[in-house]
Design a protein around this ligand. Structure first.
Ligand code: KIV
Length: 272
């Protein structure tokens, strides 16, 4: 199906807004390549995020800081080859939008034009409102991201719940600023349930939670985490829906055994 073949089933910024207005939940998962993109796009999943978590998840980096624009464009383009129905969002990586409005526009344009994304996601609040306004004005849908923002890990000092105590009012204010600047959704990561609920009620755009409880307008998880790929990362908010790590290891072990004992390839796998 081409991106324009079946407008009725395409997920767009308008779909997201309507979901919120109708009280219907929005689903989002990360995805980093064409193989997984083709699988997730066959479901009813609403949004696919090429997250800069790909640094941790598929590139073996220790955090998201080393992920570059070229890496994001490369992986977004791969996912865009198979995701034709869900809304495709690409993360703008560390320092690719913080320097100036011009820098943000140039890099967002690459993710849309070369990568094939429908929207970009940026981490942060008041400080990046001018960049968000400029991208939205240029016709680029933008998803905001508040709470635990992994690109600021050195400032935050660890992967901890954000927005407790005095920080709550600031996050609520920044969520309103992002909504006023024109974001089409806001990811809330590692935020207490009550604050996520308050922000969700206060803004007209959908909130998508990860570790933010059940009261946000939608949920997002990292694909490899929810599929049960082996990882030392096992936070409280994560639910594993499969144990693919074990399934893959068992298949590889069986292949290794059969080749070494001579039972694969069998006659049915062999040309005469
Ligand atoms: O990079 C990512 O995967 C993300 C999600 C956790 C929202 O930003």
């Amino acid at each position: 199906m081409s991106k324009h073949a079946d407008q009725a089933t395409l997920v767009t910024v308008k779909t997201l807004l309507k979901r919120k207005q109708d009280g219907q939940k929005i689903t989002m998962l990360t995805c980093y390549d064409a193989a997984f993109g083709g699988i997730v796009d066959k479901t009813a999943l609403d949004m696919v995020l090429v997250g800069d978590s790909l640094g941790n998840v598929v590139l073996g980096m220790k955090d998201t800081i080393s992920v570059t624009m070229d890496i994001m464009v490369h992986h977004t383009a791969a996912v865009a080859r198979t995701v034709k129905r869900a809304m495709l969002v690409a993360d703008m990586p560390f320092m690719s939008y913080n320097i100036s409005v011009e820098q943000a526009l140039t890099n967002a344009a690459r993710l849309i034009q070369e990568g094939g994304a429908q929207a970009v996601k940026v981490e942060g609040g008041s400080a990046i409102v001018p960049q968000i306004r400029a991208m939205v004005t240029a016709g680029i849908p933008v998803v905001g991201h508040l709470g635990l923002t992994p690109q600021s890990i050195h400032t935050l000092g660890g992967y901890k719940v954000q927005g407790r105590g005095d920080e709550a009012a600031k996050m609520l204010r920044e969520a309103k600023e992002l909504a006023d600047a024109g974001v089409c959704a806001i990811v809330l990561e590692l935020v207490p349930q009550g604050l996520a609920k308050e922000i969700t009620a206060a803004v007209k755009v959908p909130t998508i939670g990860i570790g933010a409880g059940p009261d946000t307008d939608g949920q997002v998880l990292v694909l490899h985490d929810m599929l049960g790929f082996p990882s030392e990362f096992s936070p409280k908010f994560l639910k594993r829906y499969a144990t693919l790590g074990e399934t893959i290891a068992a298949a590889v072990a069986q292949y290794d055994l059969e080749v070494k004992q001579g039972s694969f390839p069998a006659p049915e796998h062999t040309f005469q």
